[in-house]
Design a protein. Sequence first.
Length: 145
Amino acid sequence: MGNGEFSARGMEKRRKKWQRKDARHTKKRDRKTGAYQKIDLLEGAPQAKGIVLEKRGVEAKQPNSGIRKCVRVQLIKNGREVTALAPKDKAITFIEEHDEVIVEGIGGAQGGPKGDLWGVKYRVTHVNGIALQMLRTGRKEKVKR
């Protein structure tokens, strides 16, 4: 068939057949287990920069109880949102909305969540270019932007 003036519908239809072969349009399934392949939001990088959207508390899984302090971060590189843990005591007090933070993997098995944190796979390491550890211990002060 030709590629003439009135062939747009036919051409779109043919292109759609090949979408399923493209990785962006398919979810990959494991042949043995049938489970879907996990998506790495950092795209293989060890760390990523992002902007804090909101602070939130995540409840710990059974049998533990408590509210773990987390932040919702939008990654700059791909625009995706992740939930990242603010580790240790009073770390959440140094993080505010619209701050620029660096997140890294939390170190769970196979890139998943660690311990009793349900669905939290990342943690905050730096706030506005200063290490969160330094802010917590009082060695450095947060830069006013």
